[in-house]
Design a protein around this ligand. Sequence first.
Ligand code: NAD
Ligand code: MG
Length: 297
Amino acid sequence: MSEQTKKSLLTVDYPTPPFPEQPQQAPGLASKMIPQPDHGEKTYRGSGRLQGRKALITGGDSGIGRAVAIAYAREGADVAIGYLPEEESDAAEVIKLIEAEGRKAVALPGDIRSEEFCKKLVSDAVSQLGGLDILVNNAGRQQYNESIRTLSTEDFDATFKTNVYAMFWITKAAVDHIPRGGAIINTSSVQAYSPSAILLDYAQTKASIAAFTKALAQQLGEEGIRVNAVAPGPYWTPLQSSGGQPQEKVKQFGGSAPLGRPGQPAEIAPLYVTLASTETSYTSGQVWCSDGGTGTL
Ligand code: NAD
Ligand code: MG
């Protein structure tokens, strides 16, 4: 048995709770997480499934987006990543990993709560990649709040701007560039279907993303553009430890999933690869879930 096969069989041994408390200010950095997440840096092996494709991934610096960026590059795609300026150090690591595959890497820092920036993000990605045929709307904001009484309009607005409006603005700007055979993949959540009390605003945005995905798939079907979503359960990323959950929950994160642990970003990237690949050319308007055995969808 090769070392790689042994390693892949051992993924059931990924870290289990309890985890240390590790508060960070949003958006947080992957480099500060304990234990370090696995984004596939040492584990993901490509097989040419996205050869020559051109992808824009929002939130590509860390977490699920980083794992998707690494996987796409190893499958032969050129990749542009969007992220916030304060995440430059995480983003620089991803850029290096994409370039190490001999693929083009484009770094596009900025705040997607601005429509102007969303337009620029897409036009810069298109001009620097020389086109665009895969869009992954993955950036997200999650800040827990115990009560509707304390949830401010500013917070509600920031969550909707980041998770819903930006997806609309970016997709609207991108759609005329995406050719037949292209794919749009949005990151929803199990929260769309099974909302937590403390994620009142966030859960609504994730339900919006699922509905947006299904409606847009119907609009774009005849153009040969597929639109799908991925709904993660608990994944070990900075989103959770940077105000996404109370620290008490971070310590036990993923412990109630039947697999007894949070997922690692590397474990969900293959869904994004498969949905982007023309191998799934009859799959559109779907939400694919990965939740460690809970069976949410
Ligand atoms: P993450 O913190 O690593 O990624 C989120 C990214 O969103 C950040 O890296 C940041 O670059 C980007 N972002 C946030 N606000 C932004 C803004 N205003 N402008 C530009 N970029 C901004 O965490 P993650 O868990 O990998 O999150 C990726 C997606 O997965 C999110 O949509 C999240 O809602 C979703 N999700 C995560 C989980 C989980 O358990 N981690 C579960 C379900 C869904
Ligand atoms: Mg980040």
